[in-house]
Ligand binder design. Structure first.
Ligand SMILES: NC(=O)C1=CN([C@@H]2O[C@H](COP(=O)(O)OP(=O)(O)OC[C@H]3O[C@@H](n4cnc5c(N)ncnc54)[C@H](O)[C@@H]3O)[C@@H](O)[C@H]2O)[C@@H](O)CC1
Ligand SMILES: [K+]
Length: 567
C-alpha cells in the first residue's frame, strides 16, 4: 500500500511502507479529493453502509498514534544510529502495529493534544488513548467546553475522562509548554472555514511558538484543504497524517509547506465507495502516467525506428539579447527524443549561433525585419514538413507581435506549445477570448505571472488556488495548461488535473522554462497527446533537474543547460 507523500525541497516524494523501506519512490496511484468530497464519503460510509462514525474515528486515532510513535522512534533511530543500533529500533517500529510494545523508548515522551470541538478533535482524543497505551504521557487541551463539542468529540472526551487521561480547558487552566515533547493538532479538519477564530487561533499561535514538533490530524489547522492557501494563523507542522484520501490542498504550496511530511492512511472508508468518487486530481507517479495517461515512463523505442519515426520539432524562438532561449528549447527537444529539430530564428542571429548544437538545423526567417507578420508565414511554411511548433522562448516583444502570433495560432495545423513572451503577446492581444479555437493540440506553459496576465487576475490570486484556476482555464479555453512553479499543475481540457512530483528548488533558474518547452515539444513530436506530453514533460524535466542538482556541489549552482544533459 502506498501511503506516504513526503515533501522534500520542491518535490513530492512518495514512499512505500508495505515492503522493505523506501525502495519505490514516486510509485503508486495517488489521487486527491476536495474536502466536500471527503465529507460526502464519510457520510456515505456512516449513513449508507452503516459503519459508525466512532469506528472511523477509532481508525483515525490509531493511525495518528502510530505515526506519532513512528516519529518518536525515528528521532531515536537518528540519535541511536550514531551508536550503530538503528536497525534494532527500526525493527521495534515495524512490529508496533501488531501490538508489540516498546516501553523503554517512549516513556520520556509527553505529547499535548490540541482538541477542537468538531470531529477532528475526536480523532485527536482517540489518538491520545492509543498513545497512553503505548507508554507515552499525554495531556489533552480542549479549545471549548463540553457544551460546544460535536457528539463524537463529546463521546471521546467522556472515554478519555474515564481512563484518567489528564485534560485542561484552554484559557481556564495553566499550562507550561516546556514539559511537552510534541503536539498533535486536532483543532480543525475538513469542517474548517476561514481564519481560525477565538481559542483555536490562540492555540495555533502558541503551538507554533513552542518550536515543538507538530503532527496534524488530517490537515494543518489553518490550511485550506482544497487550495493549499493559508488562513491566519496556521499550524506549521512536521508531519500531517491525512485521513482516508489525500486532500487537494496538501499538494500545493504554501499549504504543502505548512503540512510538512504528508502521510495518507486508510480509516476504513470502503474502497468500493471511494472508487465511485471522481478524483479532484492526481499526483504524477509512474503508475498515474501509465494508468491515467497511457504514457510509457521508460520511453522505450521501437527496434526498427528511425529519425522519422520520432518526429520533427520546429522551435520559433530567440532574439539578439536572448539567443540562448531558442538554443536551450531546441536542444532539449532533441534530448527529449524527437528525431529532428529545426530552430526558426531571426536572420541576424543565425551567424552567431551556427554550429552551437551541431545536431540542430537552423532556419533564418524575417529577413532584416526579424520577427513580424512576414516571419510568421515563413514559420508556417517550415511547419508544413515538420510535426510540432513551439513558440515563445526569448522572442522578446516587437511590432506586429499580435499579428505574428495570431497567424501561428490560427494557421498552424499541428500541435502548438506557447511559452514565455508568446504568452504575454497572447494576453496583450486578448487572444484566447478573441481568436478562433484551435483544432490541433495546444499547450500553454505559463509561470504564475504569465498566468495572471492570461487570466486577467493578480499573481497572488493565481497562487491562491492554482488547482482551481488551472482546471477552469483549461476547460474554458479547450487547451492544455502547464501552470509552472513548485508542484507544477497540468490541466487537461477535459477537466483532469495532475500535480507534478519531481523537481528541485535549484531549477528556479533562467532558461529552465525554455528547456521544459523543448521537452514537451519533443514528446508531442513523438506522437504523444497534449496532456500526455505536458504531464510526462514536466515529470521528465523535474527528474532531470534533480539528477543535475545532485551532481553539483550545491543545487543553487544549477544551470538550465545542466538539466538538458540529464534527460
Ligand atoms: N465526518 C466524520 O464523521 C468523520 C470525521 N473525521 C474527522 O473530522 C474532521 C471533520 O470534522 P467536522 O466536520 O466536525 O469539522 P472540524 O473538526 O474541522 O471542526 C469544525 C468545527 O469547528 C468550527 N470551526 C470551523 N471553522 C472554524 C474556524 N475558522 N475557527 C474556529 N472554529 C471553526 C465549526 O463551528 C465546527 O464546529 C475531519 O477532518 C476528520 O479529521 C474522520 O476522522 C472520521 C469520520
Ligand atoms: K488538524
Amino acid at each position: 500500500m502506498i501511503d506516504k507523500v513526503r515533501n522534500m525541497g520542491n518535490g513530492l516524494h512518495v514512499e512505500d511502507r508495505s515492503g522493505k523501506g523506501n525502495r519505490s519512490r514516486r510509485r503508486g496511484v495517488l489521487q486527491f479529493i476536495s474536502s466536500a468530497q471527503m465529507r460526502t464519503l464519510d457520510e456515505q460510509t456512516i449513513q449508507e453502509i452503516g459503519l459508525p462514525a466512532a469506528v472511523l474515528i477509532e481508525n483515525a486515532g490509531r493511525a495518528i498514534a502510530a505515526e506519532v510513535v513512528r516519529f518518536c522512534l525515528d528521532q531515536k533511530v537518528h540519535k541511536v544510529n550514531r551508536g550503530g543500533q538503528g536497525r534494532l529500533q527500526r525493527r521495534i517500529w515495524d512490529e508496533y502495529p501488531n501490538g508489540v510494545s516498546n516501553p523503554n523508548s517512549l516513556e520520556l515522551e509527553h505529547w499535548l493534544v490540541l482538541v477542537g470541538k468538531g470531529n477532528n478533535g475526536a480523532d485527536g482524543i482517540a489518538a491520545a488513548r492509543y498513545l497512553v497505551d503505548s507508554g507515552l504521557c499525554v495531556t489533552l487541551l480542549y479549545a471549548t467546553s463540553e457544551q460546544e463539542m460535536s457528539i463524537e468529540t463529546l463521546a471521546q472526551a467522556a472515554i478519555a475522562q474515564k481512563l484518567g487521561i489528564p485534560s485542561k480547558l484552554y484559557g481556564r487552566d495553566d499550562l507550561a509548554y516546556g514539559q511537552f515533547t510534541g503536539i498533535i493538532d486536532a483543532l480543525l479538519g475538513t469542517g474548517s472555514r476561514g481564519n481560525p477564530r477565538g481559542n483555536v487561533a490562540e492555540m495555533i499561535d502558541q503551538a507554533n511558538l513552542t518550536g515543538l514538533p507538530i503532527m496534524c490530524a488530517d490537515i494543518p489547522s489553518g490550511v485550506d484543504a482544497d487550495t493549499g492557501a493559508l488562513y491566519h494563523p496556521c499550524i506549521q507542522a512536521r508531519v500531517t497524517l491525512c485521513l482516508g484520501v489525500l486532500k487537494a490542498g496538501l499538494t500545493q504550496y504554501p499549504g504543502a509547506h505548512a503540512a510538512g511530511t504528508v502521510v495518507v492512511r486508510s480509516i476504513g472508508i470502503p474502497a468500493k465507495l471511494a472508487a465511485n468518487v471522481k478524483p479532484a486530481g492526481f499526483v504524477l507517479t509512474d503508475e498515474i502516467l501509465e494508468r491515467e495517461l497511457g504514457v510509457d515512463p521508460a520511453r522505450l523505442r521501437d527496434s526498427d525506428g528511425h529519425k522519422g519515426t520520432y518526429g520533427h520539432v520546429l522551435v520559433a524562438a530567440g532574439s539578439s539579447t536572448m539567443s540562448g532561449a531558442g538554443l536551450l528549447a531546441s536542444k532539449a527537444a532533441l534530448r527529449a527524443g524527437c528525431g529532428l529539430a529545426t530552430w526558426a530564428l531571426p536572420e541576424a542571429l543565425a551567424p552567431h549561433v551556427a554550429g552551437a548544437v551541431p545536431e540542430l538545423m537552423l532556419a533564418p526567417v524575417g529577413g532584416s525585419m526579424g520577427w513580424g507578420a512576414a516571419a510568421a508565414h515563413e514559420v508556417l511554411r517550415l511547419l508544413e514538413t515538420r510535426d510540432v511548433l513551439a513558440v515563445g522562448p526569448g522572442l522578446g516583444r516587437f511590432e506586429e507581435e499580435g499579428a505574428f502570433l495570431r497567424a501561428l495560432w490560427e494557421g498552424a495545423p499541428r500541435p502548438l506549445v506557447v511559452d514565455a513572451d508568446a504568452l504575454n503577446i497572447l494576453a496583450a492581444a486578448g487572444g484566447l477570448a478573441a481568436w478562433k479555437r484551435r483544432e490541433s493540440a495546444t499547450i500553454l506553459t505559463p509561470h504564475p505571472g504569465e498566468m495572471a496576465r492570461l487570466a486577467g487576475v493578480s499573481t497572488a490570486e493565481v497562487q491562491r488556488d492554482r488547482l482551481g484556476l488551472a482546471r477552469a482555464f483549461a476547460l474554458e479555453h479547450g487547451i492544455t495548461l502547464v501552470l509552472k512553479g513548485s508542484r507544477t499543475v497540468v490541466a487537461a481540457p477535459d477537466g483532469r488535473i495532475f500535480v507534478n512530483t519531481t523537481g528541485t528548488p535549484g531549477m528556479a533558474t533562467g532558461g529552465a522554462g525554455d528547456v521544459l518547452t523543448g521537452i514537451i515539444a519533443g514528446q508531442l513530436a513523438q506522437g504523444l497527446s497534449a496532456e500526455q506530453a505536458a504531464a510526462f514533460g514536466v515529470h521528465l524535466h523535474g527528474l532531470a533537474g534533480e539528477r543535475a542538482a545532485a551532481l553539483r556541489n550545491s543545487p543553487a549552482s544549477l544551470l538550465a543547460g545542466d538539466i538538458i544533459e540529464q534527460l
